[in-house]
Design a protein around this ligand. Sequence first.
Ligand code: SF4
Ligand code: FES
Length: 255
Amino acid sequence: MSAHNEHKTMTLTLIVWRQKYANDQGKFETYTAKGITEHHSFLEMLDVVNEDLIKSGKEPIMFDHDCREGICGMCSQVVNGVPHGGQERTTVCQLHMRKFRDGDTIYIEPWRARAFPIVRDLVVDRTALDTIIQAGGYTSCHTGGVPDGNAILIPKPAADYAMDAAECIGCGACAAACPNSAAMLFTSAKVAQLAALPQGQAEAADRVKSMLDAHKECGFGNCSNHYECQAACPKGINVKFIAKLNREYLKAQFA
Ligand code: SF4
Ligand code: FES
């Protein structure tokens, strides 16, 4: 890279959702992001804007983040109308400013779904996903000591299938992308992961029923086969797990 590019900076226009508290009406506000290089991550770009806001005595833009490396699922932002910004298998925290150009305008909003009430600005309450997990996303069988756990042989295809489902980081982008605000991709990944493993069999029927009941009670809609969830998912969770969820639910009716 040339020295010229190293020092080149961008100026961008940000149109950001600002909302003071849950029931506040909220509105878009416009900010200028100055001195941004291609090496800044998207969240670092917001950090720069926030430092400028704080220096000028204004309220910084509140946003959730933790790991900043695509693991924790906290960075719940809709960038230019797409949850996580629309890059394949990429969370907001993994977006980099090299993907944007000098002079770009970027719209930034929080997740929009009834089950994810806005707390402030870009921060939403994703407790609903925890409620679904608490309803059945665990096993409570007696597994014995560590050697006993290791003694349960798991066929490689089942382990691979479970690992694919276990990639879900619980970010909620699937629900934010769904026209019906369904969190079916999330719920199905958790159900399918445990349904694939011997340790998950004992509670399989109760699990799928309880988790789907919790999904409904939390205010998520039903799957409407738009597949927007799969397109938005930063972990590549496949809608085949929703088909698996439906099969598990059918089986549970006769269990
Ligand atoms: S299925 Fe994908 S989009 Fe939905 S919560 Fe899991 S990782 Fe996020
Ligand atoms: S901050 Fe952890 S996934 Fe983005």
